[in-house]
Design a protein around this ligand. Sequence first.
Ligand code: GLU
Length: 469
Amino acid sequence: MSESSVKVRFAPSPTGELHLGGARTALFNWLFAKHNKGKFFLRIEDTDTLRSKEKYTKQILDSLSWLGFEWDDPIIYQSERNSQYKLYLKKLLDSNQVYRCFCSRNDLDESRNAGDYKYSGKCRNLSEQDVKEKLNQGISFTYRIFIPDGKTDYNDLVYGAITVDNNEIDDFIIVRSDGSPTYNFTAVVDDHDMSISHVIRGEDHLANTPKQIILYKSLGYDIPTFAHLPLILGPDRKRLSKRHGAPGIQYYRDQGYFPIVLINHLALLGWNLGNEEEIFSINNLIENFDLSDIHKKGAVWDKKKLQWISGQHLKNMSTDEIMNSIRSVDEEWGKGHEISFLIAIIEMLKVRAKSLNDFIVQSESFFKDPKKYNKVGLSKCWKDDSTNMIVESLLARINTIDDWRKEEIDKALKLFADQNQLAMGKITMPIRMAVLGSLSGPSVIEILALIGKKTTIHRLNKALEKLPI
Ligand code: GLU
């Protein structure tokens, strides 16, 4: 196959927003297409009219756009392809490869309750006359495919050679009694019509693949290559679910993670270069991505890992880039302040921030006086009036610092501690509390230098008025 004939698709069902599993499938398809200079298509599998919602389609498309997985037009909507499915059903019917099954739900439930999970094949051999009579009586029916004897085998690019005895496969329904086509049928028709070369999807579809291959053969179509992606696990190595607090892509977007951070972590869910490398740019990924490097071992999604990856990417980002991204989330951020002040804030927070939200939340204390003081912190550093006495005399010393630079502030505080025989923490903790409202954050000296002498004095005075609580 020439490289440019690579055609892949991402085929979400719009019954919920885009989750990590779907986003990983989309990413691997997109990377494979990019790497091979092929095409990446989208297909919205919205035949389930009850559960499919337009708002989910919109959300999925928004999330994919935000991640940057641009797709090749047009988007295929299965709900618009009914006439096509009818055509292919007719083809199968005319060649006697499907049959009408008149078994009622009750009949089927009964045999299932009796422990027979496979369809009995009751309607397989109805005579033409039988069928006619039942149609005349208006009995509703489904269409089932005749599963031929023999074996179905294929080579999965991740799971290797797979052979299934056709005995194990039911004559499955391809069109329901209400006329709606089922997933296995529409997937095959569409993958064929879209000339899909590689079907890359979650391992939950492994069991569907032999059924789909049988359909390809029945219709006389070429069979695409399959690659199934390993299960995504939570940190406890159990199947990832909401229980692990792993929400949809929108959540990570709202939290202010950069798309590349999410993409980087998703890429590691089942793929690596076979070495220790874990931080990738988009171009790196496109250049290096190969289906042969996907392994079938379950892949672990871990929020801590996401944060670590985020930190690594932030270190490599320019302050300008971060500032623009913060402003894209919050237009008002830092408005009315000098640009040099904003740059200094970003540079200071960059070391520990993991997301744009971290920048926004943590920078608040540079712009505004603390609204309240953290109680746990107060119990450590401002239990009683004795702290007020220290802070009052410290304030007098701070007033005398003329050259408001880090080195000078540091010198003055150390001298003050020395002269009063106080541990440094006895001074820096109350200052931190007074200026930030909590005990966490960057170095207190750097903060003071940044917010300036006037603000420092103002906040210390305010804390003296309000504390201890
Ligand atoms: N709509 C199916 C899903 O969301 C697509 C499966 C496939 O890629 O064939 O799981």
